[in-house]
Design a protein around this ligand. Structure first.
Ligand code: HEM
Length: 181
């Protein structure tokens, strides 16, 4: 399998970014939803938040690298055969998902550091706070984090539905291009 994208196919690096970020975001939405209802006395209270923050910051790093890689190795033009509105909505959905990969973890980072504390990544290393204690930023970041995360769950359902439509209704290679072949 080739490392870079070609005009017809996605390469290994793009596939690794796609699937690792996709699985992580789905896991993070579930983990976020699960952990906010835990109480201080629950044994997963601290662990789930540490995992959520650590994995979330890794997604932020991976998303930035993914954007850099995409600029270096552009995606194949898989949309040539599509109608204009399909091309447009695919383009918008992909850009929206990319924006969410940055905005959600960044607002998570702001929530966590708005008390002036660092973010500890699985005990491996720390990411310093950019801001000092700030209640207003915390409240706004919590709102944005909440709405963008659950809206992204809906975007993902739309994205998956479109991929399945291509696979089973249009019977073209849109989905298989992103698989391990
Ligand atoms: C793509 C990455 C991420 C996704 C999809 C995500 C998703 C979520 C979701 C669904 C919730 C539950 C919201 C609720 O029901 O109230 C949540 C809460 C939370 N997340 Fe994230 N998150 C991500 C990254 C991060 C990062 C990087 C951090 C911190 C470094 C973080 C910190 C938090 C905190 C502190 C809460 C609890 C907020 C509260 O007290 O209401 N998240 N996240």
């Amino acid at each position: 399998m080739q490392i870079k994208n070609t005009k017809e196919k996605f390469g290994l690096i793009t596939k690794l970014f796609h699937w690792s970020i996709a699985i992580s975001i789905i896991a993070l939405i579930w983990l976020g939803w699960y952990m906010v209802d835990l109480t201080y006395y629950d044994k997963w209270y601290n662990k789930s938040l540490t995992w959520h923050k650590s994995l979330g910051m890794l997604v932020l790093g991976a998303a930035l690298l993914k954007i850099g890689w995409q600029l270096h190795s552009p995606a194949p033009d898989t949309t040539k055969a599509l109608k204009k509105w399909e091309r447009m909505s695919a383009y918008l959905m992909h850009k929206l998902l990319l924006a969410m990969m940055i905005l959600i973890p960044f607002t998570g980072y702001l929530i966590s550091t708005s008390n002036g504390k660092v973010v500890d990544i699985f005990g491996w290393f720390e990411i310093p706070a950019l801001i000092s204690k700030n209640r207003e930023i915390r409240d706004i970041a919590i709102e944005i984090h909440f709405y963008t995360a659950y809206a992204t769950a809906i975007f993902i359902i739309g994205h998956v539905a479109a991929a399945l439509k291509h696979q089973f209704i249009n019977k073209d290679s849109t989905l298989t291009k992103m698989l391990w072949r």
